[in-house]
Write a protein that binds this ligand. Structure first.
Ligand code: TYD
Length: 217
């Protein structure tokens, strides 16, 4: 009989243009090479309902509270339908963004009350539906940190910008600051990756962070 593995939950964060996405696939391959089942997913999104909410959030103008409620509604569905079942099966869940993005974008970027976000976080991420007990958080969050001006340069060469990508650089300075605050509050969960390097060097830093945690050999 094979030993039952413990699920592992890793999220990837950073401002738009920081370059996180290219490293998620590489990590998925590294885990698969070590015999782990991997669920690759993203937020907002990851389920049919949450993908519909994603389209709304990324394309429609709305006030910051509406935006926060929609991303948390998407997250609730994502957790119930996909993340929790995968973790129970012992899989590795790699999520392109999770709740830190809400604190960074809706909290930092749009200036929405982070105390309200903390309340929503406790309700939506409650394990066993009990808002008073433990909450689901990633085991590790890789924060791809890049100066907003550099990220804007990278984005300028890319695709048609969505609602957030077309924000001015000051918006992303606030988003980046809020990521830094989240890391300061929960340092044991975070690894900061200096994203102002070649893809290869950033990839090596990602592997080192995983090895330091003992998640990859
Ligand atoms: P992103 O993850 O960058 O995907 P893509 O590479 O396809 O553009 O886009 C998601 C956007 O949604 C990003 O601008 C951040 C934003 N976002 C929030 O504002 N709040 C959230 O809670 C989450 C998860 C994302």
């Amino acid at each position: 009989m094979t030993r039952r593995m413990t699920g592992l939950f890793i999220s990837f964060e950073g401002i738009d243009g920081a370059g996180k996405s290219t490293h998620i696939e590489t990590l998925a391959q590294a885990f698969r090479a070590q015999g782990r089942a991997v669920l690759l997913t993203r937020e907002p999104g990851g389920t049919p309902l949450a993908e519909v909410l994603r389209t709304l959030v990324l394309n429609e103008a709305m006030d910051a509270m509406t935006e926060a409620l929609l991303v948390f509604a998407a997250r609730r569905d994502h957790l119930k339908q996909k993340i929790e079942p995968a973790l129970s099966r012992g899989e590795v869940v790699l999520s392109d963004r999770f709740t830190d993005a809400t604190f960074a974008y809706q909290g930092g970027g749009r200036g929405f009350d982070s105390a309200v976000l903390s309340t929503l976080e406790r309700w939506v991420q409650a394990i066993d539906n009990d808002a008073k007990t433990a909450i689901r958080q990633p085991d590790l969050t890789l924060w791809f940190d890049l100066a907003p001006a550099l990220a804007a340069e990278r984005l300028a060469d890319a695709r048609v910008p969505d609602k957030f990508e077309s924000q001015p650089v000051e918006f992303f300075s606030r988003v980046a600051k809020a990521y830094g605050q989240r890391m300061a509050e929960q340092p044991e969960r975070f690894a900061r990756i200096d994203a102002d390097n070649s893809r290869e060097v950033v990839g090596q830093a990602v592997m080192r962070a995983l090895q330091q945690k003992g998640y990859l050999t």
